[in-house]
Ligand binder design. Sequence first.
Ligand SMILES: C[S@@+](CC[C@H](N)C(=O)[O-])C[C@H]1O[C@@H](n2cnc3c(N)ncnc32)[C@H](O)[C@@H]1O
Length: 292
Amino acid sequence: MAASEMEGEVAGKEREQAEKKPRKRNRQEFAPFGNYRCYYGYRVGQELDEDPRLKVLKREWFEGKDCLDIGCNNGLVTIYMAKRFCCRSILGIDIDSNRIEDAHWHLRKTVRMQCAGKSDSKTLQSGAEERPDNDAQELGMSKDRETRKCTKNHSLSEKRDLFEIVSFRRENFVLAWTDAHESYDTILCLSVTKWIHLNWGDEGLITLFSKIWQLLRQGGIFILEAQPWRSYDKNRLVSETTAANYDKIMYPPEDFQDILLDKIGFRTVEDLTSGLSGTKAGFNRPVLAFRK
Ligand SMILES: C[S@@+](CC[C@H](N)C(=O)[O-])C[C@H]1O[C@@H](n2cnc3c(N)ncnc32)[C@H](O)[C@@H]1O
């Protein structure tokens, strides 16, 4: 399958399911914001450990740092980052309250398993406590192995449980007011730009980048995985708004790097794409790290 078709394919599957159960589902479940319910099931497979994007991220960007994950979906990547890299804090935000509810559910489950001393992957394999949304994707990481990699100061020991580190908030990042006291060392924006671009146009995209800049501390890192322009086509008709915005878009994703460096003001960019391997068909997108 062509790369550009995959997100359309995901939407297609959601729509197919919706058509089979017309009474139980509504329009919102066609995921107009990319707010897919089973995103990681489609994208990664059984183990989040296998997500190639997470392998190219550097520990130093997260360990002991305050982090923000924009468009966190069901929170699995957010929780994974907290555990793998021992963030000081990480906040996941998403426009969809159902996804935030899923994220809280996953967080509670992870903490419960930590308390019980179980490794997450074991629980997954046994099928215990699976969220009834068929999202088989779980935190496929051995807690003990990953936690041991954290330096002593930042280790996720029993002293600090995940509830203190990970939080989730429902928010439309484009339209929400920025709290002047909020700031972060590292901000993730993975596979979100297309949805913001289609729903809020070029203006929404520039607002996204400007707010990220404002929220980052000096020297902070912005990690961007943008969907390519060819993938917009499949999703442009999810709503009247997206159809209208699609026709007016002036800044294709190929220009994002220049916009971030020349207009927004990031100092440097590091292209992490060459380190990606084993990406599922349709999800091979560049991953860039910008420094403020
Ligand atoms: C395709 S998913 C990507 C999930 C995750 N970042 C990843 O790559 O693993 C896009 C997510 O962005 C969220 N989203 C879209 N527009 C948003 C906005 N304006 N503010 C916050 N979240 C948004 C959607 O609800 C969805 O969960």
